[in-house]
Design a protein around this ligand. Structure first.
Ligand SMILES: [Zn+2]
Ligand SMILES: [Zn+2]
Length: 381
């Protein structure tokens, strides 16, 4: 693939200028300069995002490809020679690679121009920070006229070049909760005069684990994670209040509703048992990313024997690409990008990508885009 060196350059240059959600100004400027150099039309959207278009040799369907742009609030510890130049900011999820792949695909399409139709690139800000950038992109017309949309995520712990895809849910509903427990504080020597919020909080954390183990079908995936628990300030004082925060991951709307209902019942019941009160604030985050099966079938066929394709299990992470698929047919897949040395998970300060996955990502997307063009071309309908 003749763009391999360019892919690495783009990825490394973007890697050095990581920016947080909706603050991707240097990233946007970099992309505008590179798109301009390639002679590609673009317009800013959603503040720091971009929509760019490559036109084929003749008219035809409009197929979209999305690349996310934002980084994470981390100090990079990857030891890469092209590590972040922005302290406290790091491309630790591979979105630098996604932008490089999109540029590589755009460059290739400009070079070939053999297709009939238009490929629209959605450079999207703020994937990492709900409510995310996808909704703003959609509001500002990024999906107007789009027949279908494709996306991918490089994955540092999947074997290099292995493509993971599945019809239906491939990523989870990613929700947040906050539990406020109100008891009655008092002297550590006189528990009978108090309603101990530490005890209620401890039991609440334990009881919440019965949602997955006892309320849901064993065949239905779900996660209930309590990420923080804060209560009390002094060793010999009984705490009057406590707060728990956490996340819930589910794959279907019915399970999502069942978990929320069970959570309210368990939290309120546990507090009542001890004469305390508790309330749950449950905030829905990104909806599950649900692949359209006919697009998945076409894309798998188009990849053919270029790369090994596996029907992967869903990941319980969240992704705002899901919003695009609520409006248009489309699909999302994973491309394995495991480094030759040790692999670190996404969002780790030691995260690394195997750059050999970049040209694979371009080819996989190229094949998907061409398959969608053919599927939506009026002459072939
Ligand atoms: Zn991420
Ligand atoms: Zn990501």
């Amino acid at each position: 693939m003749q763009w391999a060196e360019e892919l690495v350059r783009w990825r490394r240059e973007l890697h050095q200028i990581p920016e947080l959600a909706f603050a991707e100004r240097d990233t946007q400027a970099y992309l505008m300069a590179e798109l301009g150099r390639l002679g590609i039309d673009f317009r800013p959207v959603a503040g720091t995002g971009l929509v760019a278009e490559v036109y084929g040799a003749s008219a035809g369907p409009l197929v979209a490809v999305r690349a996310d742009m934002d980084a994470l609030p981390l100090d990079e510890q990857s030891d890469e020679p092209f590590a972040s130049c922005n302290p406290g900011r790091m491309h630790a999820c591979g979105h630098d690679g996604h932008m490089a792949i999109a540029l590589g695909l755009a460059a290739r399409l400009v070079h070939e121009r053999t297709f009939s139709g238009t490929v629209r690139f959605l450079f999207q800000p703020a994937e990492e920070a709900p409510p995310g950038g996808a909704l703003a992109m959609i509001r500002e017309g990024a999906l107007d006229g789009v027949a279908s949309i494709l996306g991918l995520h490089l994955w540092s712990t999947d074997p290099l070049g292995v493509v993971g895809i599945r019809p239906g849910p491939i990523m989870a509903n990613a929700d947040q909760f906050r539990i406020r427990i109100v008891g009655q504080g008092g002297h550590g020597s006189a528990p009978h005069e108090t309603r101990d919020a530490v005890l209620v909080a401890a039991e609440t954390v334990v009881n919440l684990q019965t949602i997955v183990s006892r309320r849901l079908s064993p065949l239905e995936p779900a996660v209930v994670t309590c990420g923080t628990l804060h209560a009390g300030q002094v060793f010999n004082v009984i705490a009057g209040t406590a707060e728990i925060t956490g996340t819930v991951r589910t794959l279907t709307e019915s399970t999502r509703e069942a978990v929320e209902a069970a959570m309210r019942q368990i939290v309120e019941g546990t507090a009542a048992m001890h004469g305390a009160r508790a309330e749950v604030t449950y905030e829905r985050g990104y909806p599950a990313l649900v692949n359209h099966s006919e697009v998945v079938t076409r894309w798998r066929q188009a990849i053919g024997d270029f790369a090994p394709v596996v029907e992967c299990p869903p990941k319980m992470t969240g992704e705002d690409f899901s919003y695009y698929l609520q409006h248009r047919p489309g699909a999302y897949l994973f491309v394995g990008a495991q480094p030759a040395a040790q692999a670190f998970p996404h969002h780790s300060p030691q995260f690394r990508l195997n750059e050999a996955a970049l040209p694979i990502g371009v080819e996989v997307l190229y094949r998907g885009v061409m398959a969608e063009m053919a599927a939506f071309h009026p002459g072939l309908a």
